[in-house]
Ligand binder design. Structure first.
Ligand code: BG6
Ligand code: MG
Length: 216
């Protein structure tokens, strides 16, 4: 099928908020005396807020009220860090690719598990380059369920097989494959090797390269 649209994950694809998520969780876990490393953080790529906290707690149990408070505290730290985000925080190649897609008459959507995604894309200055936004508030079941990407494809009026999903997380690639999308993995093969096409990042990646790879 011809490619007519793209669905971009946000964190780790268009901008590097993984570092801010790390700092938010690090500050919270230090306050709570819970061990948490950068390596642990790697496993949280694409994972929603609550599930991330559950993974960090590694079976430690807390009352629901305390869980809610910890998620809110981490998010407040995160919001404090992302206040500094501006268009210069777009990862290399991101704006160019979004502009090429638009110029070619194809469509772009955001497919991010983050509830803060609309705020982040506004700060990055790319809201007007996206035809649709699906975020952490759009669906119940998050990645690796395909629901978020299906929600985005529906907003674009496209079939999953007509859309390329660009993802940096294993959970995101799995979600896209389950939904019947074409997959562009960004990052090391150990992480995104299940994708049909893999690049280290969007740096130097152009629309014609992607379209020709998927037309073979
Ligand atoms: C994803 C990130 O995009 O969003 C995860 O990769 C994060 O690390 C998730 O936990 C949820 O984000 P938020 O902003 O709703 O806490
Ligand atoms: Mg990501």
């Amino acid at each position: 099928m011809t490619i007519r649209g793209f669905i971009f994950d946000l964190d780790g694809v268009l901008t590097d908020t993984a570092e801010y998520h790390y700092r938010g969780w690090k500050r919270l876990t230090e306050e709570e005396g819970i061990p948490f490393t950068r390596e642990d953080n790697e496993h949280l790529r694409g994972i929603p807020r609550r599930e991330s906290l559950m993974l960090i707690l590694k079976g430690r149990t807390y009352p629901e009220g305390k869980i809610q408070e910890m998620m809110e505290r981490k998010n407040n730290y995160y919001l404090e860090y992302i206040r500094e985000i501006s268009p210069k925080d777009l990862l290399p190649g991101a704006r160019e690719l979004l502009e090429e897609i638009r110029a070619a008459g194809l469509k772009s959507a955001l497919g991010s598990a983050s509830k803060n995604a609309p705020d982040v894309i506004r700060r990055l200055g790319i809201t007007n380059l996206l035809n649709a936004v699906s975020d952490g508030n759009s669906v119940e079941r998050q990645k690796p369920a395909p629901d978020l990407f299906l929600h985005a494809a529906k907003q674009l009026g496209l079939d999953p097989a007509e859309c390329v999903v660009a993802e940096d997380a294993a959970a995101g690639i799995e979600a896209a494959l389950t939904g019947g999308f074409r997959t562009l993995g960004l990052g090391p093969r150990e992480r995104v090797g299940q994708a049909e096409l893999v690049f280290p990042s969007l740096h130097g990646v152009h629309l014609d390269m992607i379209l020709s790879a998927f037309s073979q």
